[in-house]
Design a protein around this ligand. Structure first.
Ligand code: FE2
Length: 387
């Protein structure tokens, strides 16, 4: 683990690459890794932020195909976890790119504790953060300051906020930003403000699961609205929603599934006035930027190829400017933006991405038909010329 300070680069910028929900196992989908590597090499981010569901922690015990448990000890599960984490951390270690992480609702649904899992991340020399001395909060709740180029002062801050934890006794994953976490944020935010001559230190806040108020970015609509997304469970009255065009812009392809409990995070953000945007992952096929009650809310779609997803698979980039830390730029890169739309690139996507069963079947059938055709042609040519 590195204790080097993060600082604005020689161009006076700081580039953050958000990778959300890479959510894979020891048998990784290589197309996702290739997609991420291309961005690392193209953008050279100053920091990569894994915003939860970094591994598919609840399926570590499974067979390669299907969900039958084939390993039975914590030690074996731990080894698989280490391999799954290595798939996302080794490329960064190799390129000397700092990275940090928070957990999602899948990471610790297993026998390994959050602290033990954090030690795996900390074993990488490019891992930063995960160093909060305040033990009243989860290990993945901490802040990460970004310093001026001359390292003389903090110009920006990143809040990494836990929003999910697995209760092993109850066998239940809880989804909330706890009261202790909100209290810690207020206390730490006040400290940073005092250090910054009484002015709130501009910052971004990353957490896996959306704040409860995030659903206020949605409006009800008719079922036949082209943007309508079903927002009801089986047996409930039918309800359809879309992003409120007055409040948000982007893609809503599934309902926003926010934290189950509310301990006043939004009110705290409004009061502290330092957070320029709260950034989530979690809902794999949503990708938007909105504003509710004066707080900018961003949801980024997933990188994972192993779980459900769509053409929005990709990564989000944030660009900070040393000369104007009060503002930031952000944009999203999809798989097509990163890897192009050539036939080999499309085939790699179809082959590795969940949700492409029809295209994959057609690809296999087409390949088999071509192979049979070539074989048959070769057979007839041989017969013709060999008499
Ligand atoms: Fe999630």
């Amino acid at each position: 683990m590195s204790d080097e300070k993060l600082s604005f680069n020689k161009d006076g910028k700081f580039i953050i690459m958000q990778v959300s929900d890479p959510q894979d196992l020891q048998f990784v989908r290589h197309t996702m890794v290739r997609m991420l590597n291309k961005v690392y090499d193209r953008i050279s981010p100053d920091l990569v932020v894994f915003t939860g569901d970094n591994i598919l922690g609840n399926h570590l015990r499974d067979a390669r195909f299907g969900s039958k448990h084939v390993i039975h000890t914590k030690k074996e599960e731990y080894e698989r976890m280490k391999t799954a984490i290595a798939h996302i951390c080794n490329p960064l270690e190799k390129r000397n790119i700092p990275f940090t992480m928070i957990y999602g609702n899948h990471d610790d649904v297993n026998e390994i504790t959050k602290e033990e899992q954090a030690d795996i991340y900390r074993s990488y020399k490019m891992c930063v953060g995960l160093d909060n001395p305040d033990k009243s909060v989860d290990v993945d709740t901490f802040d990460l300051p970004i310093y001026s180029r001359d390292l003389s002062r903090k110009l920006f801050n990143l809040w990494m906020i836990d929003s999910a934890w697995y209760d092993k006794k109850e066998d239940k994953c809880h989804e909330a930003v706890k009261k202790e976490t909100v209290d810690w944020y207020i206390k730490r935010s006040d400290e940073l403000k005092a250090e910054n001559s009484g002015k709130p230190l501009p910052s971004l806040m990353f957490q896996h699961i959306p704040m409860p108020e995030s659903v206020r970015l949605l409006v009800d609509c008719e079922k036949d609205d082209p943007l309508a997304v079903p927002f009801f469970r089986k047996g409930e009255k039918e309800r359809y929603v879309k992003l409120d065009p007055k409040k948000a812009d982007g893609f809503l392809c599934e309902p926003i599934t926010p934290c189950e409990e509310n301990y006043g995070q939004l009110e705290a953000l409004k009061k502290q006035g330092d957070v320029k945007a709260v950034v989530y992952g979690h809902d794999h096929t949503n990708n938007f930027i909105g504003e509710h009650d004066g707080i900018t809310i961003i949801q980024s779609s997933a990188a994972s190829f192993r779980c459900y997803g769509n053409h929005l698979r990709g990564v989000r980039i944030f660009e900070l400017d040393e000369n104007n830390p009060e503002e930031f730029k952000t944009y999203f890169l999809t798989y097509a933006d990163i890897c192009g739309t050539s036939i080999p690139s499309r085939i790699a996507y179809i082959w590795d991405a969940d949700g492409c069963i029809k295209q994959k079947s057609a690809l296999i059938a087409g390949t088999a038909a071509v192979a049979v055709g070539i074989g048959a042609a070769a057979y007839f040519i041989r017969r013709k010329y060999n008499g």
